[in-house]
Design a binder for this molecule. Structure first.
Ligand code: UN1
Length: 499
């Protein structure tokens, strides 16, 4: 079989970078090449931004309901191709097929939901303080949006950014993570087929670093929407901040599940296993801490260890697989580096902890599902985002200590509590300093119709998805129309009666 080659999409044409260079798209479960992709340079970014700037001038005037119709059409195409998209996703980034299907479905949901905004985008019409004067507000597109997306949700996360940007009338330059160029190409193909005019969406493939910087700092880019690590997010914010550019940053997490002494333990263990080891722990919402009340700690640990030991690693396309690989050899090494760090600080590996080296597993980038115990809240494994199938169990005495520990990291994305006590549940909902809070569910699985994002170093105050996304990709414009026929001077503190 010939290896597919993936190209950029600039001004409505599929094209290779002038660099003439390519990079490899690997199946992390086998280490084999699934595709090659063109490796872009600053010159490609320049062309993409120029095309987007030109297209913006007509796209902003295209009626918003018609923009929405293109999105609906794209949603229908996604639905038709869901299975194929999911298979390709599993092949290029490793998550198990049911999860890849869930990722595509999340993209479909976001696309349909946002298509409806073609007929909403509500503004306010309010009374004016002067007679014969009209006052209203409307959303206006920003211009050109740079969408820089991660590999862990290679379909859903791009839709979180592209769909609201497009429905509001922005043009986009899309730079996906270099581990997942194929799903990015598929998404652009769908939108092209759905009728998006040329130049409105442009795709530039290649690893971050200099290419990402060129895109972020390009004077033709008005907004950068980034999902990825906190370090890269801080760097992007810094270089874009110098140009007073808007940045929406969705960054790391160190999410915790609290298990209270009155919890339904069957449910709690299910929630922990799914949230800690689903997507091999590579969700920014993954539960990498379990905070358990001492009264039930031994039972929680025993049951969690036994479940972790039973999870079957393998290729995500194999229906019997519970846990796929991590995305790359570098990721595998980084995850594994936390095992000696944990042990040195006094934690104990209660399950997993190794890289499998034998047979088929040895060829891919697998890491055993790992449970660390004897963990204290200030240890590195309890503070740093590991982004792999590793969770750290911390024991606490009561709800006060549990909430303190939940809030004791620099991140603030997601957390959850398992309890039957309504008072503790409501205290937790109020006092957890995170953007997402779950009661009697795990830390993953946010739905697209509510805002998604976190506090502290998880981001910079913006939210994705839901209605909140519209605030990221638009400017508010307040408009006053004076139909009195004379110059009415506002803020003159004129005491005379109106009229
Ligand atoms: C991410 O890992 O960056 O809430 C996104 C969830 C998914 C999205 C995760 N809907 O787990």
């Amino acid at each position: 079989m010939v290896t597919p080659h993936l190209q950029n999409y600039i001004d409505g044409r599929w094209t290779d970078s002038a660099s003439g260079e390519s990079f490899e798209d690997l199946d992390p479960a086998t280490g084999q090449i699934v595709a090659t992709a063109t490796k872009s340079t600053k010159a490609d970014v320049d062309r993409a931004v120029d095309a987007a700037r030109r297209a913006f001038e007509s796209w902003r005037l295209y009626p918003a309901p018609k923009r929405g119709e293109i999105l609906y059409k794209a949603g229908e195409l996604m639905l038709q191709r869901k299975d194929q998209l999911a298979r390709e996703m599993t092949s290029e980034m490793g998550k198990v097929l049911a999860e890849s299907r869930g990722d595509v479905q999340e993209g479909i949901d976001m696309t349909y939901y946002t298509a409806g905004e073609g007929r909403r985008q509500f503004g306010d019409v309010v009374p004016a303080e002067l007679p014969n004067k009209w006052a209203m507000s409307m959303r206006a597109p920003l211009g050109v949006v740079a969408a820089i997306t991660p590999w862990n949700f290679p379909f859903a996360i791009p839709t979180w950014k592209l769909m609201p940007a497009l429905v509001l009338g922005n043009a986009v330059v899309f730079k996906p993570a270099s581990y997942t160029p194929m799903l990015a190409v598929r998404l652009v193909e769908l939108l092209e087929e759905a009728g998006l005019p040329k130049g409105v969406l442009n795709l530039v493939l290649g690893p971050g670093g200099a290419l990402g910087d060129a895109l972020v700092t390009h004077p033709g880019v008005d907004l950068v929407s980034f999902t990825g690590s906190s370090d890269v997010g801080a760097h992007i914010s810094e270089i874009a901040g110098k140009q007073l550019k808007r940045v929406s940053a969705e960054l790391g997490g160190k999410n915790a599940i609290v298990v209270m002494e009155d919890a339904d333990l069957d449910l709690a263990i299910e929630g922990i296993v799914w949230s800690a080891f689903g997507t091999s722990g590579q969700r920014c919402t993954a539960a990498s801490r379990v905070i358990t009340n001492r009264a039930v700690a031994n039972e929680v640990i025993d049951r969690l260890v036994s479940r972790a030991n039973k999870l079957k690693m393998g290729h995500g396309l194999d229906a019997s697989t519970d846990l796929g690989p991590v995305v790359s050899s570098e990721a595998q090494q980084k995850v594994h580096s936390y095992i000696p760090i944990a042990e040195k600080e006094g934690a104990t590996v209660a399950a997993g902890g190794r890289i499998p080296t034998d047979g088929a597993l040895g060829k891919g980038f697998f890491h055993e599902p790992t449970v660390l115990v004897d963990v204290k809240p200030n240890m590195r494994v309890a503070q740093e985002e590991i982004f792999g199938p590793v969770t750290a169990v911390i024991e606490v005495k009561d709800i006060d200590e549990a909430i303190r520990v939940v809030n004791s990291t620099k991140y603030g994305l997601s957390c959850s509590i398992f309890t039957k006590n309504v008072n503790n549940a409501f205290r937790f909902m109020r006092d957890a300093e995170t953007g997402l809070v779950y009661v009697n569910a795990g830390t993953i699985g946010a739905e697209i119709q509510l805002p998604f994002g976190g506090t502290k170093s998880t981001g910079n105050g913006h939210r994705e998805a839901g209605r909140a996304a519209l605030d990221v990709y638009a400017e508010w414009k307040s408009i006053y129309v004076d139909f009195s026929g004379k110059l009415q001077r506002a803020q003159m503190d004129d005491q005379s009666a109106p009229g």
